[in-house]
Design a protein around this ligand. Sequence first.
Ligand SMILES: *[C@@H]1O[C@H](CO)[C@@H](O)[C@H](O)[C@H]1NC(C)=O
Ligand SMILES: *[C@@H]1O[C@H](CO)[C@@H](O)[C@H](O)[C@H]1NC(C)=O
Length: 233
Amino acid sequence: MVLASLSLAVAALYLLSPIAFAAPNPNAGTIVNLRIEGRSHTIFEGPVFTRGHNVTTASAGTIHCDGTNHGINPEPGPTATTALDDAASIHGFTWDGTPFTGFDDIFVTSIGGDTQTTTEFWGILLAFEFTPVGGCQQRVKLGDHLLWAFDAFSKAHFLKLDGPHTARRNKSITLTVTDGATGSPIAGATANGQTSDENGHIVVTFDDVGLKGVKAEKPDSIRSNRLDIVVLP
Ligand SMILES: *[C@@H]1O[C@H](CO)[C@@H](O)[C@H](O)[C@H]1NC(C)=O
Ligand SMILES: *[C@@H]1O[C@H](CO)[C@@H](O)[C@H](O)[C@H]1NC(C)=O
């Protein structure tokens, strides 16, 4: 009740004083966790700052890419494709895309030299689920887990790797591989030379100290996120 009257008061103030209570700029920019899994290696994995802006590709020229594409969002903001474009320019890899006619968007054909074939295409996932719209229509927000994956549409699973962030030298730890979308354990995935069992568990041991970036792989699946593990003496 107190909360309700408080929000009413805030709403009233908002209406009375549009300048003091102006809505935040939806295109001020945000930081997403971007991962780009190429054909045989990870092209990029890390945080990226992005906002909606025009993007230019060799095959599509310049197109706006701020989520207002195809009228799908009323306000401009950061998108799945601007995150890709901003990571590419800062971290020095290339990408290309052709006009996605009818959707006012870009169909991404190539990232980091991995170019689509007649059967293998780039897919976009948010929180391990395919996005329902194209990359310049798909708005992204703070902390999103955004994945661009090569040959995404023929894969059985999008792997997720969890486990401890520290380990002792020569002491085993157990990592867990799951399907990122369903949470089901995945058997037969490999990480650090070991293979997951039917519970998705992989027992690994490191014989030297330092920071280890471990990923799980399986031929029928998109490789996992990188699990960072600090190995202590
Ligand atoms: C963005 O691209 C559109 C074409 O899609 C163009 O009309 C517009 O002038 C561009 N805006 C900027 C700021 O470059
Ligand atoms: C850790 O294991 C490796 C390989 O078995 C061995 O060579 C090394 O001496 C061990 N290190 C320590 C500190 O026990």
